[in-house]
Design a protein around this ligand. Structure first.
Ligand SMILES: O=C(O)CCC(=O)C(=O)O
Ligand SMILES: [Fe+2]
Length: 311
């Protein structure tokens, strides 16, 4: 009997314990679900905050100023207010930017001339070339990218340079730079004779090979007047077509609330005042090869450089 009673006690005890265990399990499950929902809500909330911050801090609007397919027979001009950058430099009436902005035109250089200049660049760059994705050839100083450095083609190749370039090449180069200078003067209301070519003025060749030195990192946002000092007006003559010869590689004006792009086109001249009103960068080239010439002008005769001549 006693054993039986003890058995009954044990039975009711174990039922109570079982109940407790079930309640504890149920509670634990409730806690697990509650924890899961709290974590989910926290994650959703923080993702929303990150997306909102990204949207409000990044230049999320991209506008195409000029597409590759368009052909501009007259300059398409976009005026912007001049920055104060020019005030830190000597002023040259008739040249120092008073009217600032950017403009694009396709009728200053013909397709055939752009092709001839591209062939010139190809011949010159075939003598060297950077190990990374960006090479330059400067006909004024003779600088040519080679591996991780630069060489002076006029010194390195001396007389043999006449087997690579002709008088005709140099005549075309000088003629084209004169036309670019005149269109900049007309568009910004300047006295062309008060503008001078300055350095660096160079051919660029960009492909998708990864950068090996900082010289290959062409994609960083910059202000030409800050980077190069002497620049007052920057121009770019494109020698290949965006979307046909290469992908990526669009030129981007980085305005406070938007990115404004210019799509390169062979023979297209894009020019702008060089101060911080025209912060810009070049998109990374993702395929193909992009050729361009950066032609730079200064108002300060002390920073003038001469046109190149074949040695
Ligand atoms: O090649 C371009 O489109 C721009 C190059 C540039 O920004 C520069 O040479 O300073
Ligand atoms: Fe630049």
């Amino acid at each position: 009997m006693a054993v039986q009673r003890r058995g009954n006690v044990k039975n009711s005890d174990s039922k109570a314990i079982e109940k407790k265990i079930k309640r504890a399990n149920a509670q634990r499950q409730t806690f697990t679900w509650r924890g899961f929902i709290i974590v989910l809500l926290l994650l959703t909330g923080s993702s929303a905050v990150v997306i909102w911050l990204y949207m409000s801090l990044s230049d999320d609007v991209t506008e195409t100023l000029v597409s590759r397919r368009e052909v501009l027979t007259e300059p398409r001009l976009f005026l912007v207010q001049c920055s104060e950058d020019y005030e830190n430099y000597k002023q040259f009436p008739g040249c120092t930017p008073k009217k600032c902005g950017r403009a694009v035109i396709d009728s200053v250089v013909t397709k055939e001339e752009a092709q001839a200049l591209r062939r010139l660049a190809e011949r010159g760059l075939s003598l060297g070339g950077s190990d990374g994705g960006a090479s330059i050839l400067d006909l004024h100083s003779g600088a040519l990218s080679m591996g991780k450095k630069f060489v002076n083609i006029y010194r390195y190749f001396s007389d043999q340079i006449r087997e690579v370039f002709t008088e005709e090449d140099f005549t075309l180069y000088r003629d084209v730079r004169g036309r670019i200078q005149r269109v900049i003067a007309e568009t910004f209301g300047l006295d062309s004779s008060q503008m001078y070519l300055t350095k660096p003025t160079f051919f660029s060749h960009i492909n998708s090979t990864s950068a090996k030195t900082t010289h290959d990192e062409y994609w960083h946002p910059h202000i030409d007047k800050v980077t190069y000092g002497s620049f007052d007006y920057t121009s770019l003559l494109y020698l290949t077509d965006y979307g046909v010869d290469f992908g990526g590689g669009r030129f981007i004006f980085m305005d406070p609330n938007s990115n404004r792009t210019v799509e390169p086109r062979a023979g297209r001249v894009s020019f702008f005042s060089s101060g911080s009103e025209n912060l810009h960068r070049v998109e990374k080239v993702v395929w193909g090869t992009r050729y361009a010439i950066t032609v730079s002008f200064t108002c300060d005769p002390d920073h003038a450089i001469a046109d190149p001549t074949l040695p």
